[in-house]
Design a binder for this molecule. Structure first.
Ligand SMILES: Cc1cc2nc3c(=O)[nH]c(=O)nc-3n(C[C@H](O)[C@H](O)[C@H](O)COP(=O)(O)OP(=O)(O)OC[C@H]3O[C@@H](n4cnc5c(N)ncnc54)[C@H](O)[C@@H]3O)c2cc1C
Length: 180
């Protein structure tokens, strides 16, 4: 299936969604393509996760130095890393969902989940590799019935991921929730 847009944005990190907002507000039709997690590095592995971890560390640090501030905590201040990580994941997930919802509700903005690659200066193909929840055998079948040849699919997965074989490529696609 082929569609045309005034602008195609590859990546829904920090840059893509605000740009989509500006372009659609100016009356343009926009496609946003994201292959992994909405929000990109900042939301999922960069700014937000690191700042939430640092905030937990700082809170523990302050609690341990309560006497300096004139308060006493009964007992030792222990860090529960599972809880710290759960807090980080919750904040990150909320931000990621926020970005995704924002784009989904944006008028004149189409979202594609998959890996974008240029076919020509004005043509972009979205590779939606494998369906979530399929067995390796079913994934093999999905690859075969896709619009591209199986050989092309396998080559593109292996090239992008560095996977050694189809099983590894399928496992990669499961982990990254690449959906047909
Ligand atoms: C540990 C850490 C802490 C940081 N802390 C801060 C901070 O405190 N403040 C700050 O200002 N900055 C911080 N940064 C930097 C900040 O995360 C980046 O500047 C910002 O994420 C860049 O946004 P971006 O949209 O350009 O790219 P990205 O966030 O990398 O987003 C790009 C998106 O494009 C997608 N994509 C890429 N190629 C394709 C393709 N071919 N097809 C489909 N999708 C594709 C990716 O999956 C990704 O979602 C930090 C970075 C790190 C690593």
């Amino acid at each position: 299936m082929t569609s045309s847009y005034d602008a195609i944005i590859i990546g829904a990190g920090q840059a893509g969604p605000p740009l989509a907002g500006r372009l659609t507000a100016a009356g343009m039709s926009v496609a946003v393509i994201e292959r992994k997690l909405f929000g990109g590095i900042c939301v999922n592995t960069g700014c937000i996760p690191t700042k939430t971890l640092v905030a937990s560390a700082y809170a523990a640090h302050l609690a341990r130095r309560g006497m300096v501030y004139g308060f006493r905590i009964g007992g030792e201040v222990a860090v529960d890393m599972k809880a710290v990580k759960a807090r980080k994941d919750e904040i990150s997930t909320r931000a990621r969902n926020g970005v995704e919802c924002w784009l989904e509700r944006m008028e004149h903005c189409a979202i594609y989940r998959g890996h974008a690659r240029f076919l020509s200066p004005r043509e972009v193909q979205v590779l939606q590799l494998v369906a979530r929840g399929l067995s390796n055998r079913e994934i093999g079948a999905t690859l075969l019935i896709s619009e591209h040849t199986a050989a092309n699919h396998i080559r593109s997965i292996l090239r992008k991921t560095g996977c050694a074989n189809r099983t590894e490529a399928a496992s990669y696609a499961h982990r990254h929730q690449l959906v047909v």
